[in-house]
Design a protein around this ligand. Structure first.
Ligand code: ADP
Length: 456
């Protein structure tokens, strides 16, 4: 309405995703307020926001993870919404509850849904009930009784993988190849689960030897509509951290993808899911196996935006505010192919973070090239947070064109002052097996080990 002040959205995050959310707010006519820690004071992306509020010292526990500081910032700027981005508090059900209790709208699903999906055993149970295929495994957290655990493993068949029910970030997992290793692995994984996640519950799955990581992007509104927006392949991972993502997943029959996509959208309707989400699957021998659901926007959402032409972050904010999805499933079209390279400030050999001052920064451009970054010349990359400094995303008419554009874009990217993984991306984009498509989740680790052997 004319003359009425726009609603305010507070961004409880930093870096490229904070900037991405500011951009979505611009499109929606919302006032965007960033929060920042003392380590991020004066950072360039804050200039893009309508306002910025300091929420505490560099340590994330005292700033980006600080409920009280974030809620006080929301009150101070008159925000009616909080967007948590990814990482930090984005999947924290207690935070979702605190935001709701303060009378604010969290851009994300309800605390109850977050709690179910945050418990991987509960999530699998919900998916089995909704008819989504899962990795064969224990139906519940494992009992204390060693004999019973051994029987479960024997039923599933070795190799198996032990996983923390409350796990995330690729931690708290252990492969067990034979029964003689089981008892020790059980104890160690349970201790890790307690230490990392404050929850000693662990469960067991069949360990798949050569899976790909394929995921389905979904979005659902509060009026009962749910869509799947296509698939992504994120198999190129190191220590379970994704490095290159693409859409669509190469070499999988579209009929198979449509079937699993429709199943994901249907299960959103069944569980009353509202918001964006990602169903993560392992894909092996022509079959999908659900592993977990992420109840937030993901780092790799741009490849889906590139092939669908949709603004997923704007849609995410809209459905959280009660808006209706603006299209039907048959109107979701994907075109061409998109690839994303995550650029990290890290040592190219050891992968140790490389914080510091960026002294030169040139980002690629041209047809089909998008760069999502918060970095400019003079940016200080703090040691306190994730080392990702940006994402180079390309689009092409087909996969070959997308890869060719990715190679050209990575050749043009210049970053000085901090070390980056740009050279690794250049090598991988020219790797024959990756170029052929459909490498497994183990490919990159093996490739790195092989390179290490050659260069000693
Ligand atoms: P996290 O939440 O910690 O990321 P996930 O359950 O999503 O854990 O698994 C992360 C990665 O671990 C997968 O992408 C895959 O590479 C590997 N993984 C997990 N479960 C299995 C399994 N049953 N068999 C083989 N690899 C697995």
């Amino acid at each position: 309405m004319a003359g009425e002040a726009p609603d305010t959205l507070l961004i409880a995050n930093r870096g490229e995703i904070a900037l991405r959310i500011v951009r979505a707010c611009r499109r929606l006519g919302l006032r965007a307020v960033c929060t920042y820690s003392e380590a991020d004071r004066g950072a360039a992306w804050l200039d893009a926001a309508d306002d910025a509020i300091c929420i505490g010292p560099a340590a994330a526990a005292k700033s980006y993870l600080n409920f009280a500081a974030l809620l006080a910032a929301a009150e101070a700027c008159g925000a009616s919404m909080i967007h948590p981005g990814y990482g930090f508090l984005s999947e924290n059900a207690d935070f979702a509850e605190a935001v709701a209790a303060a009378g604010l709208t969290l851009i994300g699903p309800s605390a109850a849904v977050m709690r179910t999906m945050g418990d991987k055993v509960a999530a699998k149970r919900a998916m089995i009930a909704a008819g989504v295929p899962c990795v064969p495994g224990s139906e519940d957290v494992l009992p204390d009784d060693r004999g019973a655990v051994a029987r479960i493993a024997a039923d599933i068949g070795y190799p198996v993988i032990l996983k923390a029910a409350g796990g995330g970030g690729g931690r708290g997992m252990r492969v067990v190849r034979q029964q003689s290793e089981l008892a020790d692995a059980f104890l160690v994984t349970r201790q890790e689960a307690q230490r990392f996640f404050g929850n000693p519950g662990i469960y067991m799955e069949k360990f798949l030897e050569k899976p790909r990581h394929v995921e389905i992007q979904v979005i659902a509104d509060a009026h009962g509509a749910a869509l799947w927006l296509g698939d992504r392949d994120c198999s190129l991972q190191r220590r379970h951290q994704k490095l290159i993502e693409e859409a669509p997943a190469p070499g999988i029959a579209r009929s198979l993808i449509s079937e699993i996509g429709a199943r994901c959208a249907a299960s959103c309707r069944e569980i009353g899911y509202v918001g964006v989400g990602t169903f993560e699957f392992l894909f092996q021998d022509g079959r999908f196996y659900f592993i977990e659901m992420n109840t937030r926007i993901q780092v790799e959402h741009p490849v889906t935006e590139m092939v669908t032409g949709l603004d997923i972050v704007a849609m995410q904010i809209d459905v959280a505010r009660g808006g209706q999805l603006p299209l039907r499933q048959d109107q979701v079209r994907t075109e061409g192919h998109s690839v994303e390279c995550r650029i990290n400030a890290e040592d190219p050999r050891t992968f140790a973070p490389s914080p510091g001052l960026v002294t030169r920064f040139h980002v690629p451009g041209g047809p089909g090239v998008r760069v999502d970054t918060h970095v400019v010349v003079g940016s200080d990359i703090p040691a306190h947070y994730d080392s990702m400094i940006g994402k180079v995303i390309v689009h092409g008419a087909d996969r070959a064109e997308a890869l060719s554009r990715a190679r050209a874009a990575l050749a043009e990217l210049t970053v000085e002052g901090v070390s980056t993984n740009a050279a690794l991306h250049r090598e991988l984009l020219s790797d024959a097996a990756f170029d052929a498509g459909s490498v497994t989740v183990h490919y990159l680790e093996n490739w790195l080990a092989e390179r290490e052997r050659r260069h000693g």
